[in-house]
Write a new protein. Structure first.
Length: 314
């Protein structure tokens, strides 16, 4: 029996479209030889502890997200930088590629910690939406207080003149309702779980301001104990589920945008020269991120190149 643990609520699409599909496919491919126990919603441990709990074998497979353990996997943030990809599938495939044995990310952050990445995904790209004050161009963000989940996302908002505000997802509704914050930075698909579609009135679309990377890892020790046919079943089923999840992310994000527009959300689509200009304005986010890591003896600049090459390679 293989235990899988993550922090997402049981209703979250990562679990439903990703992990459940992975489990079902692995059981099918291994002809029932592999059985799983799935523990969502932090049942086996807090999000920030899953890295260590996977290393120590409390869970066999655990979720690692740079958002939760930035000190352990700072380079894994690479796909979360603004403008790295437009399609979730391209972004996810690139993250998977560089985190596989021999890849730059695997060599830097996973192999030295005795971990192997089995499954890697980027979530739908983030944009900005506001509840008060019109938002027809990025310049309208100047001085606005906007929720962001930290890291590179804060840097992106600052480059655009906004003031990033940290809090947890569930607190955003109340803060927006009261006017403590003006807006939020997330994907369209991220609104409904927090009921924020009832609050936001304006949105920008067309430039990725960032994303969230999620990686499911297994300890190398546990991996080596698995029979080769079980290893193959786990790997093949993960590739199937990653594709299913990224397609679902892209499709549902687009469907949600259309539904919210019909319901009255004013969406400004950014294209052409405006898009080029904004991406240029956001470039310092990646450069600063890389320079900071380079200074600490970690290959930040090389990681951006490796990730971009992997996105372009299709």
């Amino acid at each position: 029996v293989i235990k899988i643990a993550d922090p997402f609520p049981a209703s979250h699409y990562v679990g439903k479209e990703g992990v459940q599909a992975w489990i079902a496919k692995a059981e099918e491919l291994s002809k029932g030889k592999v059985k799983f126990e799935y523990y969502p919603a932090q049942q086996l441990g807090k999000a920030k502890d899953l890295f260590q709990l996977t290393q120590s074998g409390v869970t066999d497979i655990g979720l690692v997200a740079p958002a939760y353990t930035p000190e352990k996997v700072p380079l894994s943030v690479v796909g979360e930088l603004p403008g790295m990809f437009t399609s979730t599938c391209d972004g996810s495939r690139a993250l998977y590629k560089i985190s596989q044995p021999g890849g730059l990310l695997a060599q830097q952050e996973y192999a030295p910690n005795g971990l192997r990445v089995l499954f890697a995904n980027m979530l739908a790209p983030y944009t900005v939406m506001t509840a008060r004050g019109e938002l027809n161009k990025f310049e309208d963000l100047a001085g606005r207080k906007v929720y962001a989940s930290g890291g590179a996302k804060d840097l992106a908002l600052r480059e655009l003149g906004a003031v990033p505000v940290r809090m947890t997802g569930p607190e955003v509704y109340e803060a927006m309702h009261r006017g403590t914050i003006d807006g939020t930075m997330m994907a369209f698909v991220g609104l409904r779980p927090y009921d924020l579609q009832t609050q936001v009135k304006w949105a920008l679309n067309g430039v990725s301001l960032g994303s969230t990377a999620i990686l499911y890892v297994i300890s190398e020790q546990k991996w080596q104990k698995l029979a080769p046919d079980v290893q193959k079943a786990l790997t093949d089923s993960a590739q199937y589920a990653m594709q299913k999840l990224c397609e679902y992310s892209d499709k549902s994000n687009e469907e949600e945008r259309i539904a919210f527009e019909k319901a009255g959300l004013k969406v400004h689509n950014i294209t052409g020269d405006e898009k080029t200009r904004i991406l240029k304005k956001l470039e310092p986010v990646s450069t600063e991120w890389a320079a900071d890591l380079d200074k600490r003896g970690k290959p930040g600049t090389a990681m951006i190149k490796a990730y971009k090459d992997a996105v372009a390679a299709k």
